[in-house]
Design a protein. Sequence first.
Length: 342
Amino acid sequence: MDEQPLAYDGFDPSDEGLREAMTSTGNGYFCTRGAAEWEDADDVHYPGTYAHGLYNRETTIMGGRPVLNEDLVNLPNWLVLKLKIEGEDAIRLGNVDLLDYRHEYDIGTAMVIRELRFRDRAGRETSLRSRRFASMAHSHQAAIEWTLIAENWSGAVEIVSALDGRVTNGGVARYRQLEGRHLDPVSPRTFGPEIIALQVETRQSNIYVAEAARARVFAGGEQLDVARSLFQVEDYIQQVVGFHVDEGEPVRVEKLVSLYTSHDRAINEPLTNAGKSVRRYPDFEEALQRHTRAWDELWRSSDVFVPASRASSSSCGCTSPTSSRSARCTRPTTTPASLRAG
């Protein structure tokens, strides 16, 4: 696979919803919109995760009439990573000055990448590179890697890693009058000091969904001994990881995630499987290598080339050609409503 990535330079709030849809990551079992890990759902951002065949039906009373709606359910948000510097509020694009910003989608490996530099209210300048994928080698696995560099400061930072079950299906404007709550909380849980987990149940179809997440921090190739604190309620669980950064020294944060449902075959039950699986997962780089090899094999067996003379008019949505001879067909031009904002 030799295509150039789909890339957006600069942050445009009015275009972010489309960018999130176009940079969704998935593996056939589940998929997640390309929302930034540090942003909550609002008028600009809409994190959404959906699993194959996982629907729920709800009833909305409109004008005295019951209206049934069945949705592909927005599952708990596993993306949540937030950066807090010296005890201040978590960094969001709206409370810092962006110095550089680039949002990419690596078509060959279905990986979403963000690179940004920002200056906070205290004048501290920081660079952050985020890489994220849903594994094609292990359908229940996803991974996030952050690389942080404090450019003109040293000090204490905290990373908030969370699983958020308070989500709704509310991103499509024309459906917002319909009932968007599809999940009931079941329980949060921990599996040792590094792993948090959350289980929910769909309200009508009674499908259990469990996610587990493992957060680790590395510097100079070594895992850091970090301070950890926990907060949980019935539909949300977070772990705060604290450590020190030195000016100019890169620090990597890894978040490995597993997702299981009660529709899965040959498992004990979703929550236990999620926790045990994420404990066994390798580090980010090894998981990425396995994911990349799986995608390479898929491209070898099913890649499609379109002659350059036809690429611009092809209905299958081809990327820009990398040579004068051909272009590669990689994704459809239309996006399902659930990924657009469902």
